[in-house]
Design a binder for this molecule. Sequence first.
Ligand SMILES: [Zn+2]
Length: 453
Amino acid sequence: MIAERSRLAPILLLFFAAAVAAQDFPPDQQPPQPAEVPQAADPAPAPRPRRPAPPPAPPPLSIPPWPVESVGPPILLAAGDPASDAFIGPPLVPPFRILDSEVLPGASARLEWNASQSFSGGEVVSPVVVVHGLRPGPVLCLTAGVHGDELNGVEIVRRITNEVDPKQLGGTIVAVPIVNLFGFSRNSRYLPDRRDLNRYFPGSRYGSIASRIASSFFENVVRHCDSLVDFHTGSFDRSNLPQVRADLARPQVQEFTRGFGATTVLHSPGTRGMLRTAATLSGVPSVTFEVGGPGELQPVEIAHGVQAIHTLLHKLGMSRNLPVWSEPQPYYYESSWVRSDAGGVLLSEVTLGQRVERGELLGKVIDPIHNLERELRSPVVGRVIGMARNQVVLPGFAAYHVGEETSASDAMHKAEAGQTPAPPVEEDAPPDEEHAPGDELLPPDPEDEFEAD
Ligand SMILES: [Zn+2]
């Protein structure tokens, strides 16, 4: 058996080298080459031994043998298992280890992340879907449902994991469709203690429940990522045009934003505690992908998000399929909110995505008690990238989010120079509207300052 293996090994390694060389990557992406391949494919003949040499020992393995929990096709299990008759050597791509499991190249697995103990002491586990490609490549993490009532991203992530074939994939997708399973099960943005999970990353093992959940997720999932996309929607009856929000002052993040096809890109430095901010600061370039509004599945917005992620996979060299966009380039924006100065009922004159002139009527706030109408007009030439649905509003209510188009380089230069949009764009909601209308407000939490770091 050993002799047979030694005759087969050079042929098989040459086959692998040819297979790797035949892979077509985007011109600007070159896959990392395993060290074994160039050595084995070296055509220089080995010196002929004077007498028959003893059979060479199998090459040392850089990875331990598969544990029985390994997930993957039987043929791959056998091919990589030194104890098997079908063993042909270590694979080009090692298994992906996460959450006390490992996933073999060419396989998908549905794992579990144990978020925390619930009130009743039972475990709350969120699914983590790993799609581990046969070819080498980066680890892209897709997260959704950090706010439990934001559903479009949940469906986008689910579709991506269903559509991507691990045998055609380079690299690895780690997808968490519902990070805040507590909120999702109650159709709520928040955790059970009414904290906003997206203000607590990277979290602490010894803090509040929000901080502990954030810490567990960050250590067990986010630390495995090379880059991350966190899906959100508008909040509290607001809807957002599909848009990538990113800190363009960071070159790695700015480069990452170029991968989403014709998706709008909005410069937003982010605030402390957000998943994308914490991940970026820990060396994982991250963006927020805002798409649509909360509480429902919106087919057009979902289709845009799915296509954008397929485009990103191609850009990262993970997929050979490049979706076609009617508008090939992303649009870069700075932005400002238009607020109502009066209370009343909002009645919009514009639609999401509409381009507007300076001074153009966006909508009216109607006071039916005093029979008054107040107009809201755009302060800039731009595009409506987010807006509230028609509803009862209070003075100061942020009704329209208007983006001013700029170039990627201009946005980046301004960001680097510290000329961030004023006021900074908050994720989902202006800071004075942390709680949904009708929610009872909790008194300030004395732990908040403590948890800030
Ligand atoms: Zn959100």
